[in-house]
Design a protein around this ligand. Structure first.
Ligand code: GDG
Length: 457
């Protein structure tokens, strides 16, 4: 068996389940092959030299962890600048929020070169390399420049937009060309694959299994959709833990006479938070039977706070929540409970289970794992209802959710009302179908399909 090398911007400790399903799934594959996980250490060296950084080696059981520090300049241009100030907004169709500072690209290239350089020194000839996400698109091209011949695969966790939007990235040709240094490229959804196909325009074959082959720049590339899932068993087990049970009971007691709607995400403009609060306002306005009862708990975990667009979003959200509470609140009932802190992972299943309705309404999302976690956490006898944006990758799979256009706040409010009133039998039927879907296409299925396809190239 070849050694698996995983490369991602940040590492999670593969031994800690608290870090979530992806870390567990990758951790298992790394453990099975005595693998290596490589990425940024999370440390920024204030007076460090751009393009240089110390490598730290650690072992976690059979797995080796190798992390590299970033200089302040590299961090600001590669991470905050190009990755989160250009690629993240453009790939989420938010050209209005992109910061097209011409200086960022230099840092992005420099860090990818440095990562390639440091990683190459640790590689063995028969390693299989799996690179994750938009921070590291040109990594394989840099490794190939250094003569590395290993099998290399890339998975994009965020959406790939259509060509016209993608072309807003000033270096889009270079970026897309660099994908051809991989042997396999995976996207979350069929829509992403279709956008790639339209951009490249040289598809040579596609079969009914969804395996696509592209020929361009003198190279052949395999491309496929690999929708990511969660570790359903791990999440269900978490739900049986004392922390989750305590959370559930606390919520159930506190909201025994009320109906709970729930949103959980990182505070990010892709997640459609302002639109959701506006739709919730319309729910209260248009369906007054919810006054004094329906309560929206919105967890918005702090994220990327040094990027300007995120600070602006926070202000907008706080003002929207404040105005709903001011206009509709009573002495004994506040319609919105907005929490700008993260909830401990061990308590999350209890919170999901206490909710009658989950609002997963991103404006764009590669996949969205909260939708899947919510389904995994429900009591099958009395399950809650999932309201899901049709612009989340998850909507391609989760057809039994109530799908909405999150920009259409009136119809979203109508769907919230439908969810609150859904008869038990329909809730059970939809939940059964969704649970089966997330079980069949879980994170292990995702990982195995990707690695099988990479090994078969
Ligand atoms: C990217 C893509 C794709 C959220 N708030 C808290 C918390 N979370 C956890 C959730 C879930 C994870 O974070 C979020 O995953 P998502 O998939 O919803 O979104 P992104 O972070 O944007 O992830 C996305 C994903 O990559 C995987 O490929 O699905 O489309 O954007 O696990 O539970 N966890 C805790 N407290 C919180 O407050 N503990």
């Amino acid at each position: 068996m070849s050694r698996l090398v995983v490369v991602s911007n940040r590492l999670a400790d593969p031994r800690k389940t608290a870090s979530g399903g992806l870390a567990v799934a990758l951790g298992q594959a790394l453990q099975a092959s005595g693998g290596l996980w490589f990425g940024w250490s999370g440390k920024v060296v204030e007076d460090g030299t751009p393009g240089e950084g110390d490598v730290h080696l650690q072992t976690a059981g059979p797995v080796q962890l190798a992390t590299v520090d970033l200089s302040r300049e590299d961090h600001d241009s590669y991470y905050l600048g190009y990755s989160n100030g250009v690629l993240w907004p453009v790939f989420h169709y938010r050209l209005d929020l992109a910061d097209f500072d011409a200086g960022f690209i230099g840092g992005y290239r420099r860090v990818n070169q440095m990562f390639a350089h440091k990683l190459a020194a640790l590689l063995r000839p028969d390693d299989v390399i799996w690179v994750h996400d938009y921070h590291l698109i040109p990594l394989a091209a840099e490794l190939r420049n250094m003569g590395c011949q290993q099998r290399m695969g890339f998975f994009l966790h965020i959406p790939l937009p259509p060509p016209l939007i993608l072309a807003a990235v000033p270096e889009h040709e270079w970026l897309m060309r660099s994908l051809f240094a991989y042997d396999l490229v995976g996207f979350q959804s069929e829509a992403d694959v279709a956008h790639f196909s339209r951009y490249v325009g040289t598809e040579t074959s596609a079969d009914i299994l969804g395996e696509h082959e592209f020929r361009a720049f003198g190279k052949t590339l395999q491309v496929q959709a690999f929708p990511i899932g969660i570790d359903v068993d791990e999440f269900t087990a978490l739900g049986r833990g004392q922390e989750a049970i305590d959370m559930y009971e606390q919520m159930r007691d506190e909201y025994s006479r009320r109906r709970l709607l729930l949103g959980v995400e990182r505070m990010d403009y892709s997640k459609g938070l302002p639109q959701r609060i506006k739709a919730f306002r319309q729910l209260l306005q248009n369906y007054p039977e919810n006054l004094g009862s329906a309560t929206l708990i919105q967890i918005a975990a702090p994220s990327r706070e040094s990027v300007d667009a995120y600070a602006a979003l926070r202000q907008e959200l706080e003002s929207l929540c404040g105005s709903v509470n001011g206009d509709f609140g009573e002495l004994d009932w506040m319609p919105v409970r907005y929490i700008h802190r993260s909830v401990a992972r061990k308590r999350l299943p209890g919170l999901y289970r206490a909710a009658s309705v989950a609002l997963v309404t991103p404006l764009r999302d590669g996949m969205n794992l909260v939708a899947k976690e919510f389904i995994a956490a429900q009591d099958p006898e009395d399950p809650g209802v999932l309201v899901l944006s049709r612009f989340a990758g998850a909507a391609e799979q989760m057809r039994d959710a109530l799908l909405v256009n999150p920009y259409d706040t009136t119809r979203t409010a109508e769907t919230m009302q439908r969810a609150l009133q859904m008869p038990l039998e329909e809730r059970q039927r939809r939940h059964r179908a969704l649970l089966q879907q997330i079980r069949e296409q879980d994170v292990h299925w995702w990982r195995q399909r990707f690695l099988n396809a990479l090994n078969a190239v």
